[in-house]
Design a protein around this ligand. Structure first.
Ligand code: SAH
Length: 398
């Protein structure tokens, strides 16, 4: 059993927690020096020692842990985690019966009542991501619950927290029968090669499922497509399958070349009919302008923060300029797919970046449609930051 301590909350933050805010943050805590061991159960109390909520201590980005329950009687034991997992599984029941899509999120952290942990399903394999040492102390409860509740080929895990200055690097196998990677999974009929035994990124980001489908079904036919920050080329594959004339995938990581070739190949597409460029996106924009190359569709899906040899990118500061670069090489009547997973700003601010970018380019645009997280990435009203994904399809009029 994890030990419990009282954590005193500053009066101005008490209501926030009473109303369901789940993230425990430093500025709200009076007796921060009482926090020592990650995984300690914390009873949030007000200055009169009245119960507010119960959670655990675990450092994750700027957070110090997560609220787990606002009922005083609730014990944080195996049963607690089991109940949360049962309810998450019930919500995804329909996902299990779709032969066209065999990958989805089963448990989405605070959206399913336990911040700091996610569980994804990859055609019989389960992958747990632990985002703090604190949540990792509850691993037996969670893994034993899974063992009891579901059938699986194997369970894998990734520790996404710092251990003595570096990530623990291992293949992440927990239980079952080791997979032979890549395993081939499906999303709306399209294949992905997935490696659960590699680093934090396994080959595909599941939260973009609906965006990929829209690109394939509605926007690609006969078009030239530039996919920037392309990683394994997932958007390019969907564009190609949607009938794109040609796709160009640009990513500066060397791995992106063999990985993108692999994704094209397993879907029966001739990768030689497409361009895969290992280069800094910002150099590529300059090259395209110089050579007067334009595209019918430009996809922007940068990380929230990126640093390359020459450039530093922060979505909150630099997205507007990234859009301007894209606008310059998009054909009139072309489409820009602007995506960000940055949680520090919301959809309105993002649309503001789009508006300013077009104004500064003296261009005109029309918003076609927008996407946020898909259903299996369930979020809660009281934690807007958890709904991080923002994708806007923009038509460049001129
Ligand atoms: N759009 C991808 C996911 C992008 S992940 C998908 O749908 O799957 C972010 C990628 O950006 C990484 O592969 C990383 O190598 C790449 N990247 C980061 N900075 C870059 C830069 N300056 N130029 C090109 N690629 C960059």
């Amino acid at each position: 059993m994890n030990r419990e301590i009282n954590l005193k909350i500053k009066s101005k933050h008490v209501n926030k927690y009473k109303n369901g805010y789940p993230l425990i943050f430093k500025e709200a805590i009076i007796n921060i020096d009482d926090l020592h061991k990650e995984g300690t159960i914390v009873k949030l109390v007000d200055e009169k020692n009245q119960f507010i909520a119960r959670g655990y201590y675990g450092k994750q980005n700027k957070g110090y842990g997560w609220v787990l329950s606002r009922k005083e009687k609730t014990k944080i034991d195996r049963k607690f985690f089991e109940k949360k997992i049962i309810s998450a599984l019930n919500k995804r029941a329909a996902f299990y019966n779709n032969p066209q899509t065999t990958v989805f999120r089963v448990f989405n952290g605070e959206g399913d009542g336990v911040g700091g942990v996610t569980i994804d399903y990859f055609d019989g394999y389960y992958l747990i991501n632990w985002y703090s040492e604190g949540i990792y102390t509850f691993r037996d409860y969670i893994i034993n619950s899974l063992k009891k509740l579901i059938e699986f080929k194997a369970i894998y895990q990734k520790k996404r927290f710092n251990t003595e200055g570096k990530y623990i690097d291992e293949d992440g196998f927990v239980l079952g029968e080791r997979g032979k990677f890549p395993i081939i999974v499906k999303e709306n009929g399209v294949k992905f090669a997935v490696y659960l035994n590699e680093g934090a990124m396994v080959g595909v980001f599941l939260d973009q499922r609906n965006v990929r489908k829209a690109i394939r079904d509605k926007y690609s036919k006969g078009k030239t497509v530039l996919n920037t920050f392309s990683y394994t080329g997932a958007f390019s594959i969907f564009a190609a399958l949607g009938g794109a004339k040609k796709t160009t995938s640009v990513d500066l990581a060397n791995r992106s070349l063999p990985k993108t070739i692999e994704q094209f190949s397993i879907n029966g597409i001739d990768y030689e009919a497409h361009d895969i460029v290992v280069e800094d996106v910002f150099n590529y924009f300059k090259y395209a302008v110089k050579k007067n190359i334009k595209f019918d569709m430009v996809i922007l899906d940068p990380p929230s923060f990126a640093k390359s040899k020459k450039y530093k990118f922060s979505a909150a500061k630099d997205y507007k300029n990234l859009l301007k670069e894209a606008i310059a090489i998009t054909e009139d009547k072309g489409i820009i797919v602007a995506s960000t997973n940055c949680s520090s700003f919301g959809m309105n601010k993002f649309k503001g970046f789009i508006d300013t970018a077009f104004k500064e380019m003296e261009g005109k645009y029309k918003l076609m449609e927008e996407f946020s997280l898909p259903k299996d990435f369930g979020t809660i009203e009281t934690f807007k930051e958890g709904n991080y994904l923002k994708v806007v399809f923009i038509k460049k009029i001129k």
